[in-house]
Design a protein around this ligand. Structure first.
Ligand code: TRP
Length: 329
C-alpha cells in the first residue's frame, strides 16, 4: 500500500473545479492507499491572515472535505499547525537548501511580483516547508497541479541531498500522483478554461440553489449554431463540459442533438444545467450545514487527525535527529 499525501492552502470554499478535479478522486483513493489530507495553515502565514481567518478557514475546509466524502476514520485529516514536528524537519531541510535555488523557484518569483511589499523569508522557504510536509510522512505519492510540480521536484532534491550528506538511504523521493484519465478540468461559465476562486467564476459546493441558478443563467453563450454540426465556441463547449459531469446521459444527448440540428435553446440548457448542478451540490451542502452545527464532532475529527499525523511525524523526527547526531529525549 502506498502513502499518499495531499495538502491544500487554507483559503476559500471548495468549488466544482476542486471537486471534480481532485476531491472525487481522493474519495476513491482513500480506500486504496494510506492517505494523509492536510490543510496548510502554516503556509498561509506568508500572506499575514488574521487569527480569526486562520481559525475559520482551516475548519471550513475540513468540514467541506468531510461533507464531500473524505472519511476521517479511513484517512488522516489534519491541520499542518497541529503537527509542529513539521517545523523541526523544515529547519533541518533549510540548512541544506540553497538560497540561489529557492530564489529561482517560479512560484517565488511570482510572489515577488504579487506582493512586492511582503517578500518574507517564509515565501522564500515555502518549498522547504512543503518538502517537510511530504517527507515527514515519507509519502510515495503527492497529487499536485502543474503549478506545484516544481515544488515536488525540489522535495526530491532535498530528500536525495539529505541521503547523500548523511550517507544513508533514508528518504524516498516522492512522485506526483497521476489521476490519469480521471484528471478532469472543470472550465468556467465565463468562457474561460478554468473554474477557480481567483478566476472569480466558481460555483461553490455551499452555494444555495438561488445562487447557483443566478450564476448559471449568467453564463456566457454565443449567437447559436447556424449550420448543422457546427463547431462549438469555447463558451458552449464549457457548458457541455460541466453538463457531462452533473447531468444524465439522456440530458446530455438531448442537448447535443439539438445543438447539432440548430434547434437548441441556450436558456433551456442553462435551466437544466442549473437544476442538475443543484441536485449534485445539495446533498453536500446539507452535510456541510449539518457538520457546521456539530462543533464537538468536528473538534473530535481534528483531534483524532492530529494524533494520527503526529504519531507518524514523531517517528520520522526521532529517526532524523538520530541520523543528524542529536539526542532523542
Ligand atoms: N503548495 C500547495 C498549494 O499551494 C499546498 C501544499 C503545502 C502542499 N504543502 C503541501 C501540497 C504538501 C502537497 C503536499 O497548493
Amino acid at each position: 500500500m502506498e502513502t499518499v499525501l495531499s495538502g491544500i492552502r487554507s483559503t476559500g470554499n471548495l468549488h466544482l473545479g476542486n471537486y471534480f478535479g481532485a476531491l472525487k478522486n481522493f474519495v476513491k483513493m482513500q480506500h486504496e492507499n494510506k492517505c494523509f489530507f492536510f490543510i496548510a495553515d502554516y503556509h498561509s502565514l506568508t500572506t499575514h491572515p488574521t487569527p480569526e481567518d486562520i481559525r475559520k478557514n482551516a475548519k471550513q475546509i475540513l468540514i467541506e472535505y468531510v461533507a464531500a466524502g473524505l472519511d476521517p476514520e479511513v484517512s488522516t485529516l489534519y491541520f499542518q499547525s497541529d503537527v509542529p514536528e513539521v517545523l523541526e524537519l523544515y529547519l533541518f531541510l533549510n540548512m541544506n537548501a540553497y538560497v540561489g535555488e529557492l530564489e529561482r523557484c517560479t512560484t517565488f518569483k511570482e510572489k515577488i511580483r504579487q506582493q512586492p511589499d511582503n517578500v518574507n523569508a517564509g515565501l522564500l522557504t515555502y518549498p522547504t516547508l512543503m518538502a517537510a510536509d511530504i517527507l515527514i510522512h515519507k509519502a510515495d505519492k503527492v497529487p499536485v497541479g502543474k503549478d506545484q510540480e516544481q515544488h515536488l521536484e525540489m522535495t526530491r532534491l532535498f530528500a536525495s541531498r539529505f541521503n547523500r550528506l548523511y550517507k544513508i538511504d533514508y528518504f524516498k523521493e516522492p512522485q506526483a500522483y497521476n489521476f490519469g484519465k480521471n484528471l478532469i478540468k472543470i472550465p468556467g461559465l465565463d468562457g474561460s478554461l478554468k473554474m477557480g476562486k481567483s478566476e472569480g467564476n466558481a460555483i461553490y459546493l455551499i452555494d444555495t440553489p438561488e445562487v447557483i441558478r443566478k450564476k448559471v443563467m449568467r453564463a456566457k453563450t454565443d449567437a447559436g449554431p447556424t449550420s448543422p454540426h457546427q463547431e462549438k465556441s469555447q463558451e458552449i463547449q464549457n457548458l457541455f463540459a460541466i453538463m457531462e459531469h452533473v447531468s444524465s446521459v439522456e440530458t446530455l444527448e438531448f442537448f447535443e442533438k439539438t445543438y447539432a440540428d440548430c434547434s437548441i435553446r441556450y436558456g433551456d440548457m442553462k435551466k437544466q444545467l442549473a437544476e442538475d448542478i443543484i441536485a449534485f451540490c445539495n446533498p453536500i451542502r446539507e452535510r456541510i450545514l449539518e457538520l457546521s452545527s456539530q462543533d464537538k464532532r468536528i473538534e473530535q475529527i481534528i483531534h483524532t487527525g492530529a494524533e494520527k499525523a503526529r504519531e507518524s511525524a514523531r517517528k520520522t523526527i526521532a529517526e532524523v535527529r538520530e541520523i543528524i547526531g542529536f539526542r532523542n529525549t
